[in-house]
Design a binder for this molecule. Structure first.
Ligand code: NAP
Length: 290
């Protein structure tokens, strides 16, 4: 059993960089690679080794984490890592990549790596505080190895199955994000409607305050909108990507989800309007464009 597994982190964006800091703080050896090397540099100041390429990052690591934008990045980066992989390594795939990951699963099997389906719930701040909720599926052997790493980045791990093949954790993540999208688009539209109707948005928040319609996520997104604070916790571009993943999964399941489709269209419109890198609360801005 590996008590203090060494880690290779592929991806140092908003989430990866925050997770990397907590992995270092928990005392794991960390090698990190990011397409844009400057973003990984602060982790080097904290003791991580910056790898020149993905293969260099994963060589000798007990656990490989992918925290990239989408499934296509994951596959492309892991293909670049292939030379450094060895049978028996655990691959924790933490990117929100949906349920079309057949190529990643086949890649893992071909290289003898233990694939753990492990998307996360929680955004920038919980990631920085090591308070993510890790949703995970993987073999008991892989669990034993990867658990200390999940403990470093999260407040808890919700193991949903022993078999990652059907991506049960990614399925749960899509369900969760359909809710996130509905609330975020709904919060933005309620504030926009208030403004359009000459109602003080704070009056809306006062009316729901403390009742069954109130909720922390509405508060957080409404506060960001009212302050015009668009620093991304979760970008509009990633929200649009998740809406597409939800739509594809729903269509495969024979479902028609109108709210998810509308939220996706709204997020894509926000990307086209130049807000892709802003926080997804910025979908508010497209309320005022015809
Ligand atoms: N932020 C959140 O609240 C949150 C919460 C839960 C889950 N997630 C999910 O976690 C994942 C990462 O999110 P994030 O917020 O950290 O996103 P992000 O800040 O946009 O980071 C994306 C990462 O993917 C890399 N990347 C993008 N395109 C690439 C390509 N073609 N080849 C190689 N690398 C590429 C980026 O590299 P560069 O730095 O070079 O661009 C960066 O490391 C996403 O799947 C997201 O949906 C996010």
């Amino acid at each position: 059993m590996t008590h203090n597994p060494s880690v290779a982190l592929l991806g140092a964006g908003i989430m990866g960089a925050a997770m990397g800091r907590n992995i270092l703080a928990a005392g794991h050896e960390l090698r990190v690679w990011n397409r844009t090397a400057e973003k990984a540099r602060p982790l080097a100041d904290g003791g991580a080794v910056l790898a020149a390429d993905p293969a260099d990052a994963v060589r000798g690591a007990d656990v490989v984490i992918t925290m990239l934008g989408d499934a296509s990045h994951v596959l492309a980066v892991m293909e670049r890592a292939a030379d450094g992989l060895a049978a028996g390594q655990v691959w924790a795939q933490m990117t929100t990549a949906g349920i079309e990951q057949d190529q990643a699963l086949a890649f893992a099997a071909a290289h003898g790596t233990h694939f753990v389906d492990a998307p996360v719930s929680g955004t920038r701040q919980p990631a920085e505080q090591g308070q993510l909720l890790v949703l995970a599926a993987g073999s008991p052997e892989a669990r034993t190895i990867v658990q200390p790493v999940f403990d470093a980045v999260g407040r808890a791990t919700r193991w949903v199955a022993d078999d990652a093949a059907d991506l049960p954790a990614s399925r749960l993540k899509l369900v969760l994000n359909s809710w996130v999208l509905a609330v975020t688009a709904g919060a933005a539209e309620a504030v926009a409607l208030a403004r359009g109707l000459g109602v003080d948005p704070k009056a809306f928040l006062d009316v729901v305050s403390g009742g069954p319609l109130d909720q922390p996520y509405l508060r957080a997104k409404a506060a960001a909108i009212l302050a015009e604070e668009w620093t991304p916790a979760f970008s509009v571009a990633n929200a649009a990507k998740d809406a597409d993943l939800i739509a594809a999964a729903a269509a495969d399941a024979g479902l028609r989800l109108d709210v998810a489709a509308a939220a996706g269209a709204r997020m894509r419109r926000a990307v086209e309007a130049g807000h892709g890198d802003a926080d997804m609360a910025a979908n508010y801005l497209v309320s005022f464009e015809q």
